[in-house]
Design a protein around this ligand. Sequence first.
Ligand code: HEC
Length: 101
Amino acid sequence: MMLLLILTACTSPGSAPTTASAAEVRYTQTCAVCHDQGVQGAPVPGVVEDWGFRLENSREDLYTNTILGVGEMPPRGACPDCTDAELRTIVDYMLRNVPAD
Ligand code: HEC
């Protein structure tokens, strides 16, 4: 019974523990150098104002801009060996504290 409860807790919708922490590691290794400090106007995760006008586009556009590069950001956020899927997960990780609409 206890085991069942634990399993249920781990599979609640929206939480993907392994992927999320992998994204966090990648973010820290490759994106944080610009995004933690807002280098060259990079939007800082968790700072809602930084993301406001960007979220007027769809999240799909944010993924595309990340993959192709935008403004001062190099293509793939300077992570040439990140896959598209990985980049999406990292963007989702960066937006975890920003209301999604
Ligand atoms: C060399 C510094 C730098 C690195 C490294 C970097 N970024 Fe950026 N990023 C920027 C800057 C600057 C902007 C703002 C671009 C603009 O709007 O002119 C930005 C914007 C973004 C945006 C918003 C795009 C939009 O459509 O407004 C996302 C999402 C993003 N970065 C994700 C990432 C991810 C994921 C990584 C790591 C894989 C990453 N960035 C690495 C500098 C960087």
